[in-house]
Structures are given as C-alpha cells and as structure tokens.
Design a protein around this ligand. Structure first.
Ligand code: OSB
Ligand code: MG
Length: 399
C-alpha cells in the first residue's frame, strides 16, 4: 500500500524563539583540486565554494553566526547552476533576508525587518525565488548551524538523526585506461575499505570497466552512475544497460536525461537492477511522482533516490524526501557535489537519519582540495562518525 502524503514536518526541531537577522555575508573561496575529476560531462581542476554566513540575534541580544555551503560546479554541466548563477541567486536571497532592494543590498538588515522563528518562517522569506536549489541549500545550512549553536546541540539532533555512524562510500571517476581505473578501485577497496564503490560510466566505458572490477572483487557493493550519458530510446544504449543486470549492481544511477523521470520508469522496467534518480529529482513532489510511476510500470523496490541537499534546495526538503521514500519502501542515500569539509559534514548530519539506509558519497580517494576549509569528519573502515560538537561540529575551521 502506498502512502503518497508528503510530510509537512519530517521530524525536525521547531524553533519558537524570535531571531532577528542582522547580517548576511557570502564568503567565496576558489579551491584547487588535488586531482582533476572527469565525468561524462567534463574534466575540472578547481572549484569555487560559496559560504553564506548569517548573524542571528535573539531578543536577549545574543548573536549566533551560522554558516552553510553552496557547492556548485564551475559550469552548468550537472544542472543549470554554476558558481556564477549561485552568486546571482544569493544576491536575491540575501536581499529577501535583509529586506533591502537587491541592487542596494549591503547585507545589513533594514530597520523593522520581521524576525524568523522556525525553518518554515525562514524559508518563507525567499521561497518566491524559482529554482536555484544550490544557493538556497547553503543559506538554509547557515540557519541550522545557528539554531544548533543557540541550543548547544549538533545539527543532527535538530534533524532528528539518531545514528552515531553513517556508512561511507566513494565515487570513482572515469580513467583513460582500465589499468589506471583499477588502481583507484584497489586503493578504495583495500586501502580505504569503503562501504561501497560508485563508479562513473558512459557508453563504451561501461561493460569492460565493470567487468574488471567484478572479476577482482566479486562481492563488493558496487553501483554505477551515468550522469545522463545514455539515450533511453536508442536500442544499443538500452542493450548496454540491460547487460548491466549481469553484474550484481546495487543500482544504475541516472542513465537517461537529466530532466527525465517518466522514461526512466518505463523504458527500463525490463531491467532487474534498481534505477537510482539523481539529477531529475529536485524536490519532494518529483519524488512522489517517481514513486507513482514506478508503482505503475515497475516496482518501487526497483527505485532508489540519491538525495543531495544542495540539489533539492536544502535540508528540510531532503528530510521530506527521505521520509516519503521510507514510507513507501524506497531506499535512499546521500550523494555528494565535491563539497568542502563543511558541506560533507552537513551531509553526514543529514545521513544520521534512519531513513537514509544506503552508503553515501562521503569520502574521496584523496583529499578533493589542496587546502580545505576545515578537517574532514572522522572516517574509518567504511564509516564516518557523526560529529558530536555543537552546530556542524567542524574541527579546525579556517573560514
Ligand atoms: O553525479 O553524483 C554525481 C559530483 C558532482 C556532481 C555530480 C556528481 C558528483 C559525484 C561526486 O559523483 C560525489 C562526491 O562528492 O564525492
Ligand atoms: Mg549522480
């Protein structure tokens, strides 16, 4: 029996105390990557990370400063957002929070600006802005960090997270040869002992690469991510995807168009491997639609959702998606966007919720950035410990 009612409050903390937004800033960092990353949409070697920083003041005059992260890519490869669109969108969000016109906004609140209380009242200020999920997610992160500090708890507590540790996997990019690729896989499996491997694929770099991994490691949890590289109406592409059924994969992630849900459900109904949606799920309504489509043409057990808080506009939306999926027997995991240590830590707090039941993209084979803005959360043998410090619980923050 399906339960398609979208939860209004997925079990999050409700703050009732009025908080006055005082100041909104954005710290922008250009971060060099240690190893350039290649996917079906391109190769890149540095990334801009934008950190919204918001000062909230209580009626008693205490000030709490919260920080979030926007992790766009450098060009609209993955979705339409990139560091330049995020900067523009942050201008509108900041103006909505300070109450000043966008072109005159200096980030200092306008006199008489109404306070916020719970997350709904906060999001209400900028919910009129269409799209720009990555920008919104960073701003929402700043809110949760501040509320956690005000209550002296880790953010995971506000999210209703109960796990002490979360399962951590890694995302392995394409390489020019199978030998180079297998070096990375060996390091991830034997050196790092990750909970599972996600490998990127595209037509021509799929069966042979997967076969090499399976030959060496018949038992590991293995999943593939195509980042929209297959045409679901091309018989040769469908045949390749059907062949993946022979490799005991946990899932095939977003093989078809980045904006498609329906063709994924219908054209791939003949596969036994579950299909995971990433790019095409931007909110909980899309998630409900996916569940309905899989009910009709396949089986909801063959649907998996990759929840990335930055892709769906923040943590409230992520938690709604996780709960709706759980209510319908759909597995979920938390994907990554090459976040800095702050964004990765935020994903870990989200993943502490019981509904997030599959390993997430929480660790990389080598540090992503030559210089990160803080220490990464503690990883050991396929698990990350959910930080217990207040707020995000970041260690050694250099922001
Ligand atoms: O498709 O999951 C993806 C990174 C940026 C954009 C899209 C994706 C990815 C990754 C990297 O796979 C995951 C990570 O942050 O480790
Ligand atoms: Mg993906």
């Amino acid at each position: 029996m399906s339960n398609l009612i979208i939860p209004e409050n997925p079990g999050i903390f409700i703050n009732n105390k009025p908080l006055f937004i005082r100041k909104v800033r954005v710290v922008k960092k250009r971060m060099e990557m240690t190893i350039p990353f290649e996917t079906s949409f391109g190769r890149f070697s540095s990334l801009s990370r934008l950190f919204p920083v918001i000062d909230f003041e209580t009626e008693q005059g205490d000030v709490f400063t919260g920080t979030g992260e926007c992790p766009p890519l450098d060009a609209p490869w993955y979705n339409y957002e990139c560091h330049r669109t995020v900067e523009v969108a942050l201008g509108y969000i900041s103006s909505s929070l300070t109450g000043k016109p966008v072109d005159l906004n200096d980030g200092i609140v306008a006199p008489g600006n109404s306070p916020v209380t719970d997350i709904y009242s906060f999001i209400n200020k900028y919910r009129w802005i269409v799209g720009h999920e990555i920008a919104k997610a960073g701003v929402e992160g700043a809110y949760w960090d501040a509320i956690a500090q005000m209550n002296s708890v880790p953010v995971s507590t506000l999210f209703g997270g109960t796990k002490k540790k979360v399962l951590a996997g890694t995302s392995v990019g394409l390489e020019s040869t199978i030998d180079l690729f297998m070096k990375k896989i060996e390091h991830a499996v034997e050196g790092m002992k990750v909970a599972r491997i996600k490998m990127k694929i595209k037509p021509g770099k799929d069966i042979n690469y997967i076969e090499a991994v399976r030959k060496k490691y018949p038992e590991i949890l293995l999943q593939v991510d195509a980042n929209a590289a297959y045409d679901l109406f091309k018989p040769t592409d469908i045949a390749l995807l059907k062949e993946l059924d022979n490799y005991n994969l946990t899932m095939i992630e977003q093989p078809g168009r980045n904006d498609d849900i329906m063709d994924h459900s219908r054209q791939l109904a003949g596969l036994t491997t579950p299909i995971c949606l990433d790019e095409s799920i931007l909110n909980v309504v899309h998630t409900r639609q996916a569940i309905e489509l899989w009910e009709q043409s396949s089986d909801t057990k063959k649907l998996i959702i990759n929840i990335k808080p930055p892709r769906v506009g923040g943590f409230l939306e992520s938690l709604k998606i996780a709960q709706l999926c759980s209510n319908n027997g759909v597995s979920v995991w938390c994907g990554g966007m090459y976040e800095s240590a702050l964004g990765k830590t935020a994903n870990v707090h989200f993943s502490s919720r019981i509904e997030v039941n599959l390993p997430g993209d929480h660790v990389s084979q080598a540090p992503y950035f030559k210089e990160d803005i803080a220490e990464s959360p503690v990883y050991e043998n396929g698990e990350i410990t959910v930080p217990e410090g207040i707020g995000w619980g970041l260690r050694g923050s250099k922001l």
